[in-house]
Design a protein around this ligand. Sequence first.
Ligand code: AHR
Length: 316
Amino acid sequence: LLIQSAEAQCKYQHEKKIIMGFSQIGAESAWRAANTDSIKAEAEKRKDCFELKFSDAQQKQENQIKAIRSFIAQGVDVIAFSPVVESGWEPVLQEAKKAGIPVILSDRAVDVQDESLWVTFMGSDFVEEGRRSAKWLVENYEKVKREDKSMDEVNIVELVGTVGSAPANDRYEGFREVLKDYPNFKILATQSADFTRAGGKQVMEAFLKAHGDKIDVVYGHNDDSALGAIQAIEEAGFKPGKDIIIVSIDAVRGAFEAMVEGKLNCTVECSPLLGPQMFDAAEDLMQGKKIPRRIVTQEGVFPMEVAEEVLPTRKY
Ligand code: AHR
């Protein structure tokens, strides 16, 4: 009996349901919530041919390792996960390989010696997102800065993502790669806000206490941390988006709303809508088809001027 009803959204007909174990990082940001929704919605669409075992690791690598081990013990057909940090995956991925279970990396990369431990990696180019943030800044700062602020020294504070995570490492690197040619743009302080709103607020409060009006720019590794920083800036009596220029990454609805209010200057897109391609890849794998090693998400850059027009079209 072949499983496929009229409403099924499966790519192929399968003789039995594909069991996919997915280990999600947690729920640290609006981006992550949208990513979880995308995966669950896709599983629901393809429920005639997939069974999804979803596990939330609450931002802890040890929980992800436990979840992966449990998927192996349950004999799932495919494992997909979004690794919270880059290192420390070799042993558990060796166990998956030994059990003959293919592994799909979704959103974030791992740092392993043995490249055969995963079959495909789908998600954004985080280094490029860092570069895009810096490019927007160097190209637009003069136009958006407060009149009395100088171009001789532009002081930036950076809200880094989760320590050891691929997006934090890469966005740190990409941003600096561009800024090295603009010595007047200086990184005054850099600290992890853990990709959360609460973290962004707390770290920004400390930055403001230490540097006050010296801060010209906030670079947030994600929108949530920038939105937290906006709160801290307002509470300190400054105008976000005017006294302090803010650029961050993700392009979630909250960032567009802040741009419409004039409080955030630019957001660089990082799409969480990875569900469809993840399930496509799993189906292809089960069919024995060759799939690309790397699937890069196509993304844009949204400055404040376009926020009002674009906001109604945002899907996350
Ligand atoms: O891995 C993607 C990053 O993780 C997003 O930029 C951030 O918002 C999320 O928590």
